[in-house]
Write a protein that binds this ligand. Structure first.
Ligand code: NAD
Length: 492
């Protein structure tokens, strides 16, 4: 059954004539189709969101909070079926998708409360007859463009604060995971029609039209740096507010004092969660020389023991990669590294016993060089390239050896290393001894080519509010510093 878009509270085919197939990466079969939307559908969705904005922005924050909590409740209620659908179209193991739905619901609860409280402030006036206010206001319609790897969570990081701040939303999911996103209609349908709209279609057609639409003053985007640059090109001249969460190449430092029985599974999980298809996946590992040999042989043995298979099977650690082109990119990078002298300790191929599905064996690479693609381009796959360092100065320099700056990790008990690490490493999130843990109250975002702006925390709400200064004098009196200046000059 072909799915429909969701505009102004109704399922519609819109002006789409074609359809986009959504695949199951485990079977390589077609799950269903979604409409290939057009700019005319974007127009319709933006119009609906603009009309809804007239109502939504004036709903008192306390009532909006209740409506956001209801979204969280519905997400939990539908958790199993959402997670199952996400497993079918994205390939992440079911347990990871159940966690994703849980975090998605928690994000709506979090912004329900943050939105209920923080608002503008009264600032000191210049004179006693005056009142000076700082107001925080919504922008209007926010265009939310989301990737496939965490389509519900990254939707929530944008939609929850945008709604809490009083904006309305046009949401464009990735074509890879549009089916799960369309299921969200049932999660949002208690809101006034048009408050959230979901349009499907390609990035080139629907994404570009949304970014360029003059009625959409804010674009909140998560995805690749290349598409982020395209958005800047289109929206920059229109002075839109851009919120860009882009690619990464996160480093993991393992100091000489690290407990290897924790560091080995910890680094493996940070690199392999969702097959390494996480923006903050560990993609470069640097280990102190004194423990390098032991670490590399232990992690190769550990990774070799992980179970690949059906992502719905509770015994599976790693499902298939999301789509064939993403696997092809990993194969290219590993092939290039090996040709240039890197050594594969385990993996480096498609699993011989899993011919169907976009599987790739988790791969441990050593003897890598800093200018290999696998060490400087985003891989977004199940690869652990491991290099070594001698001094902590060297370790910091290696961690910073990237145009990206999303996150970085460290295993150590040494407080001096910890302080240097969080002060000197250029990245938006620094994890020490607890890789990749999320915290709704902790702002998340990147340095450098990893993007602009922050999601989560109070900063995540600020992104969807504009600031006004109101200066009000209760007296209506003329001022001595007005014209004529001759008189003013005499009085000074
Ligand atoms: P992508 O950039 O290919 O697509 C992301 C979204 O943008 C999709 O919805 C896509 O349809 C849309 N899009 C594509 N072309 C567009 C255009 N011209 N205009 C507007 N929208 C367009 O990324 P992806 O393959 O879906 O996701 C993987 C990437 O996302 C990786 O680079 C990863 O690092 C990044 N990512 C970043 C974060 C973060 O928080 N920084 C989180 C998750 C993923």
């Amino acid at each position: 059954m072909a799915r429909k878009m969701w505009i102004n509270g109704e399922f519609v085919t819109g002006s789409a004539e074609g359809a986009i197939e959504v695949l199951n990466p485990y079977t390589e079969g077609v799950l269903d189709t979604v409409p290939a939307g057009t700019p005319a559908d974007v127009e319709r969705a933006v119009e609906a969101a603009q009309t809804a904005y007239g109502e939504w922005r004036w709903i008192p924050a306390v009532e909006r909070a209740d409506l956001l909590h209801e979204i969280a409740r519905r997400l939990r209620q539908e958790g199993e079926s959402l997670a199952r659908q996400l497993t079918l179209e994205g390939g992440k193991p079911l347990v990871e998708n159940l966690d994703e739905v849980g975090w998605t619901a928690a994000c709506f609860d979090y912004y329900a409360e943050i939105g209920r409280h923080s608002r503008g402030r009264v600032i000191p006036s210049i004179e006693s007859s005056q009142l000076s206010l700082v107001l925080k206001e919504p922008f209007g319609v926010v265009g939310c463009i989301v990737p496939w790897n965490y389509p519900l969570l990254l939707m929530a990081w944008k939609v929850a604060p945008a709604l809490a701040a009083g904006n309305t939303v046009v949401l464009k999911p990735s074509s890879v995971t549009s089916l799960t996103t369309l299921m969200l209609a049932g999660v949002f349908d208690h809101l006034p029609p048009g408050t959230v709209n979901i349009i499907t279609g390609s990035g080139e057609q629907v994404g570009d039209a949304l970014v360029a639409h003059p009625g959409v003053p804010v674009i909140a985007f998560t995805g690749s740096t290349a598409v982020g640059q395209r958005i800047v090109q289109l929206a920059g001249p229109m002075m839109k507010k851009l919120h860009l969460e882009l690619g990464g190449k996160d480093a993991f430092l393992v100091a000489e004092d690290a407990d290897l029985d924790v560091a080995v599974p910890g680094v493996a999980w940070a690199a392999l969660l969702n097959n390494g298809q996480v923006c903050t996946s560990t993609e470069r590992i640097y280990v102190h020389n004194s423990v390098y040999n032991e670490f590399t042989s232990l992690i190769a043995e550990y990774v070799e023991g992980l179970v690949l298979g059906d992502p719905l099977d509770p015994a599976t650690d790693l499902g298939p990669m999301a789509r064939a082109p993403y696997r092809a990119k990993v194969e290219r990078q590993v092939g290039d590294a090996v040709q240039r002298g890197a050594r594969v300790l385990t993996g480096g191929r498609r699993p011989p016993d899993l011919q169907t599905g976009y599987f790739y064996e988790p791969t441990v690479l050593i003897e890598v060089k800093r200018d290999m693609a696998v060490m400087c381009e985003e891989t977004f796959g199940p690869v652990l390239p491991i290099a070594h360092f001698d001094t902590f100065d060297e370790a910091i320099a290696l961690a910073n050896d990237s145009v990206y700056g999303l996150g970085a990790n460290l295993y150590t008990h040494n407080a001096r290393y910890v302080k240097r690490f969080y002060e000197e490493v250029r990245a938006g999130t620094l994890w020490i001894n607890d890789p990749l843990t999320d915290n709704d109250a902790g702002p998340f975002g990147g340095f450098g080519m990893s993007g602009l702006g922050r999601e989560l925390g109070e900063e995540g709400l600020d992104e969807f509010q504009q600031t006004k200064h109101v200066h009000w004098d209760f007296n209506m009196e003329s001022k001595e510093w007005w014209y004529p200046y001759e008189q003013y000059n005499q009085e000074r």
